[in-house]
Design a protein around this ligand. Structure first.
Ligand code: ATP
Ligand code: MG
Length: 418
């Protein structure tokens, strides 16, 4: 038997109602905030990710699914969506008509990491990106929108962490101070962090190895190094979040693994998923559009890990389950033919209807109606056909109603819509 690839998974029909509910809630909310959907492809030139995510990141160093296609072009299954959205913004000159663009996208991402709970090799993200707005109000609004989505989904165990990464003007000073500290603590660092401390020291702050965490526990805070403009930006973000009653904590260790982030950075963390604590992450990436060959345009965005979000949504799954409203228990050829026609009409009228065409006994049909959890069973037996009527039984109250076959669908609609 051929099985699926390690780290990949099926989202089964029993689970998909919850996924759809989350996706639909996100779509509706984001569109109310002025976002429109963009659907970039899942395959891009490898170069795009190397340039945007950065060569020194875990993603580019060891997580990408990269392969040459038949002509030898190096292609990569996207490990994240931002790079593609930025490429699209530039390629279609979206900035020309209106530099301010708000876009969201939902879809699969691919990273070859060690699979574990909440960590897969194909996983799903909901992304939102805003281009052309440098104002801190947008940062705060995006965080508010993200938090509101979690609230709408009744997520209880989540915390907002925010930080500022400064800008190319002030970050070098911090980087230097951090490098000096790392140099003196080299012995405590893991192999990856020794390499990082030379090439991308900020990323050491993000390392999950306990000895590395210990080594940087008293690291300087980047907040103390922000230039006046970055400090004012960060202050406004916090002020607006407070005004909007969004609870958050400033987390000096919060850095993004991706190179292109500037200023505001944020993450939603949960205690419910063990080591996989990040459910969503994002931040400002003012330098990326230009770095990828576009005009200088500020941008900010976030990515929600949908697989992890699904795990912590506390909604009652039963309330999302889609049971048939009507199950038609039809007996005999004529009964089945009638049922077939009626069921099509009922389905088209938005009344979820199922028929069993097997010609089984009434007893086994009733069992099946129970199994599929139908609200009503419509019995179409020989005596019903003779009398020109059908019986509709309410499976909860056991009440029975008789309907004439004339105008049946119309009358059922009126009855069931009530
Ligand atoms: P982590 O620190 O857990 O590896 P990350 O920093 O690599 O996360 P991002 O690149 O910021 O993650 O992606 C945004 C979100 O996507 C994460 O917060 C997480 O919820 C989700 N995510 C990332 N990698 C995976 C994965 N392999 N499987 C499932 N979800 C993931
Ligand atoms: Mg990761």
């Amino acid at each position: 038997m051929i099985q699926l690839i390690r780290g990949f998974k099926d989202i089964l029909p029993e689970e998909s109602a919850l996924w759809q509910h989350i996706e639909n809630t996100a779509r509706a909310l984001f569109e109310d905030f002025g976002f429109r959907e963009i659907r970039p492809p899942v395959l891009e030139k490898t170069e795009l990710f190397k340039r945007s995510i950065g060569e020194d990141t875990d993603i580019v160093e060891k997580e990408m699914y990269t392969f040459p296609d038949r002509k030898g072009d190096l292609l990569t299954l996207r490990p994240e969506a931002t790079a593609s959205v930025v490429r699209s913004y530039i390629q279609h000159k979206m900035y020309a008509a209106d530099p301010i663009r708000k876009m969201y996208t939902i879809g699969p991402m691919f990273r070859r990491e060690r699979p574990q709970k909440g960590r897969y090799r194909q996983f799903y993200q909901i992304n939102a990106e805003v281009f052309g707005e440098a104002s801190p109000y947008i940062d705060a609004q995006l965080i508010f929108m993200l938090v509101s989505l979690f609230e709408k989904l009744s997520v209880t165990d989540s915390n907002v962490h925010i930080n500022s990464l400064g800008c190319p003007e002030c970050r070098p000073d911090f980087r230097k101070a951090l490098s000096e500290l790392l140099e003196s603590r080299k012995k405590q660092l893991c192999e990856d962090c020794i390499r990082r401390s030379e090439r991308n020291p900020l990323r050491v702050l993000d390392c999950k190895v306990p000895s590395c965490r210990e080594a940087v526990s008293d690291a300087p805070s980047i907040i103390d190094y922000l230039c006046p403009a970055c400090a004012a930006h960060f202050d406004t973000v916090q002020e607006m979040l407070v005004k909007q009653n969004v609870r958050f904590e400033v987390d000096k260790r919060l850095v993004r693994g991706l190179d292109y982030y500037t200023r505001t950075t944020f993450e939603i963390q949960t205690g419910a998923l063990g080591a996989q604590s990040a459910v969503a992450g994002g931040g400002r990436y003012d330098g990326l559009v230009e770095a990828l060959g576009g005009p200088s345009q500020p941008a900010i965005g976030f990515a929600i890990g949908l697989d992890r979000l699904v795990e912590i949504v506390t909604l009652n799954q039963e309330s999302l389950a889609k049971h048939p409203m009507v199950f038609i228990a039809a007996l005999g050829d004529e009964g089945i033919r009638n049922a077939w026609l009626w069921s099509n009409d009922l389905c088209m009228a938005g009344i979820r209807t199922e028929v069993d065409f097997s010609g089984r006994s009434l007893k086994s049909l009733m069992k099946r109606a129970d199994k599929v959890n139908a609200s009503y069973v419509m019995i179409v037996g020989e005596s019903e056909l003779k009398e020109g009527s059908v019986v509709l039984r309410d499976m909860k109250t056991k009440e029975q109603h008789t309907f004439s076959m004339d105008n049946l669908v119309e009358n059922l609609k009126t009855f069931l819509y009530q």
